[in-house]
Design a protein around this ligand. Structure first.
Ligand code: SAM
Length: 213
């Protein structure tokens, strides 16, 4: 389900700061060469992630689900001089493609790209994070939230992608599949959590934004 008309999407894109040359190339190459290009955050959502990062000036960012690196490059834009973004993906087949874009970017030395299962890696990370982006398998969204919440500083932000799941979270006429149920549970869990103030932003496929009180 598309939430906005093509015309509104186009107008919104046309009145949003353009992608950098590198991000536009990554967007094109992902669509041309990689399976499931819809997974990439894209222009408008990418600018929102970059805006969060620029406003927050984070020292530590964690991304769960790198894919081809589009959102990582956006989230890296506001990092402090000594800042670092750790991004994790379990899919080693995309490593060369993705790393080549990180290497071409101004954030080459600020991105720590790990090929690993995030469920296993996150508990081993000693850092405290200012900003976390959850964008991997929907099965583990609630677990990722539990694994990161104590690692996020007060005033830090957790953003989770795809929380409207193409509108399936409000479908009442069909059997609820597993991923949809996981996202329903995740959204309720964040909404009920007194440790955070949250906003479900209906941009693209839905972003859950949780500010740690
Ligand atoms: C939606 S894509 C990420 C898109 C990317 N954040 C962007 O906006 O361009 C989801 C990614 O999560 C990865 N993934 C799935 N399960 C994972 C896990 N257990 N640990 C780490 N990465 C995982 C997949 O390999 C896939 O590349």
């Amino acid at each position: 389900m598309e939430f906005l008309s093509e015309a509104i999407e186009g107008y919104s894109q046309a009145h949003t700061s353009p992608e950098s040359t590198l991000l536009a190339l990554l967007n094109r190459e992902t669509h041309a060469k990689v399976l499931q290009p819809r997974m990439l955050s894209g222009h408008v959502q990418g600018r929102l992630l970059a805006l969060f990062s620029t406003m927050m000036r984070p020292r530590r960012v964690l991304e769960i689900g790198t894919y081809t690196g589009y959102s990582a490059l956006c989230l890296a834009e506001g990092l402090t001089e000594d800042g670092l973004l750790i991004t994790i993906d379990v899919n080693e087949e995309l490593e060369d493609f993705t790393r080549s874009f990180f290497d071409k970017s101004p954030y080459k030395n600020k991105i720590d790209y790990r090929i690993a299962n995030a469920v296993e890696l996150i508990p081993t990370l000693p850092d405290t994070f200012d900003l976390v982006f959850i964008d991997a398998d929907k099965l583990n969204y609630a677990l990722y939230y539990d694994l990161v919440i104590d690692k996020v500083r007060p005033g830090g932000v957790i953003i989770a992608d795809n929380v409207l799941w193409s509108g399936k979270v409000v479908q009442t006429d069909k059997k609820i599949d597993k991923d949809t149920q996981n996202l329903l549970d995740f959204n309720q869990k964040v909404h009920n959590d007194p440790r955070v103030s949250n906003l479900l932003l209906p941009i693209r496929d839905g972003l859950m934004i949780a500010y740690k009180n």
